[in-house]
Design a protein around this ligand. Structure first.
Ligand code: ZN
Length: 454
């Protein structure tokens, strides 16, 4: 089973929208109450409050504050869990200390399991029923793939004044048509490389295809710059001086966010078109492992090429390398194809000659756009050369030491997404709960909770 997230736009009527706003406000209050609880306990006796302690408070909390009794208990737990996740990230040094959240920016809430809600849809439009609010809201949108809905999240976008629902669905995994590496059929195999000047370079054994990089950001950047300058001239809100943002300031800010939204929509539209086209034509995709984080790192201090690096970073981010790779991978795998991710450091596609396999160190420099091999005299533009090497590796035709598929190991798309540090999901919580109840039944007393101390 694979899990996919599908987003639909909600169209609540006036009374429904008011109910949604009330629920959102209550969830924001609960979030802030949990943050306050943790802060208070820490200040009072240097104790960290755990998720379970807060979760066990919920029934009493609901008795005191009756408006929470109507909300679904699991969705309240999910909000408490959000606080726990935020603190978990803080303890691991991944983010700053969680702050109180303003109701204005609070996004929404979620139902972490299958109860309390229902989706009436077959992947296109339909409606969603929230049992705790007792409402059925119309929704519009089309899912690329539809399956069994498992979780539901309601989100509000304040800038747009729009409501969305994001549904995770379980989809049966499509079996890979290619069993082992030895019986790869080479009929429709494509090697591709992502670059900044040509966004994608493809090679399918016969011809090269180069896809131009659409510079959406560059085009709209000037517009955004001009508008930002106009925004700076308007009266901005200042909390400490108790100045409210002017009406013109609000208007200008809206225009900027609209432009930025347009750019991001253009980008994702282009990405989906291109990747769907590639995935529909080929069964096996070959590419190299990317290190976008290192690629887009800021130029070293005092570096002469600071501006150049900044420009490069911008165009890398403008195309969205990581997203493109992932899209091609999941689209190919969804139809039963195979994705090979070659280890860059081992293969060195951009330094290796596709003809004789000799590695040239000076080819690595980005300014070297055209490569001529000293050993065999083979000439090829840089990007085309590296896709050719990757294609040859996949078809086992690349000369050179340690470049066969067996040597580098066939990597699948799971290697594309680098493992992130996890701060504990709902699933892991369930496991912890089970462990706890086991310990209790063994007769071993638990450590006294914070409440007896405080
Ligand atoms: Zn050569």
């Amino acid at each position: 089973m694979t899990t996919r997230r599908q987003t639909f736009r909600l169209y609540p009527n006036k009374t429904q929208e008011n109910q949604l706003f009330v629920a959102r406000r209550n969830h924001a209050y609960l979030y802030n109450a949990c943050v306050a609880h943790r802060r208070y306990k820490w200040r009072a006796n240097k104790k960290t409050v755990t998720y379970f302690e807060q979760q066990n408070c919920l029934p009493a909390f609901k008795k005191e504050w009756v408006e929470f009794a109507d909300l679904h208990s699991q969705s309240l737990q999910a909000t408490v869990k959000r606080v726990d996740l935020a603190y978990g990230g803080f303890f691991q040094g991944l983010r700053r200390l969680p702050k109180f959240k303003s109701i204005r920016n609070y996004s929404g809430w979620s139902y972490p399991a299958k109860s309390g809600w229902k989706v009436n849809s077959n992947g296109k439009h339909g409606s969603v029923t929230l049992n705790d609010l007792g409402i059925t809201i119309k929704m519009r949108g089309k899912a690329k793939q539809w399956g069994i809905p498992t979780t539901l999240t309601i989100a509000y976008k304040p800038g747009r004044n729009q409501w969305f629902t994001s549904i995770t669905v379980d989809i049966p995994t499509v079996e890979c048509k290619f069993g082992s590496q030895s019986d790869l059929s080479y009929e429709s195999i494509v090697a591709f490389d992502l670059g900044t000047q040509t966004a994608i370079t493809l090679y399918d054994g016969e011809e090269f295809t180069e896809l131009e990089n659409p510079r959406f950001t560059q085009k709209s950047e000037q517009k955004i710059k001009r508008k930002s300058k106009a925004l700076r001239r308007k009266v901005a809100p200042n909390r400490s001086k108790r100045i409210k943002g002017s009406r013109r300031w609000k208007k200008a800010r809206k225009q900027i966010s609209k432009l930025q939204r347009k750019v991001s929509n253009q980008r994702s539209n282009w990405q989906h078109k291109v990747t769907s086209d590639i995935a529909s034509r080929y069964d096996i995709g070959v590419t190299e492992q990317l290190n976008t984080k290192g690629m887009t790192r800021k130029a070293k201090k005092g570096s002469k090429r600071k501006k150049q690096k900044a420009g490069l970073n911008k165009s890398i981010l403008s195309v969205g390398f990581g997203a493109l790779n992932k899209m091609i991978a999941y689209k190919i795998e969804q139809k039963g194809g195979l994705m090979l991710i070659l280890p860059t450091k081992q293969i060195k596609p951009s330094q290796r000659c596709p003809e004789c396999g000799v590695v040239h160190k000076h080819w690595a420099e980005l300014s070297n756009r055209y490569h001529i091999c000293d050993a065999c005299g083979f000439e090829i533009p840089r990007d085309k050369g590296s896709v050719m090497v990757m294609y040859n590796v996949a078809t086992k035709a690349q000369p050179g030491f340690g470049t066969s598929l067996e040597d580098c190991g066939c990597l699948s798309s799971t290697n594309l997404t680098r493992k992130r540090k996890h701060t504990g999901s709902m699933q892991q919580l369930g496991q912890m709960k089970r462990q706890k109840s086991c310990r209790k039944s063994d007769g071993i007393s638990e450590t006294p909770s914070v409440y007896t101390a405080g």
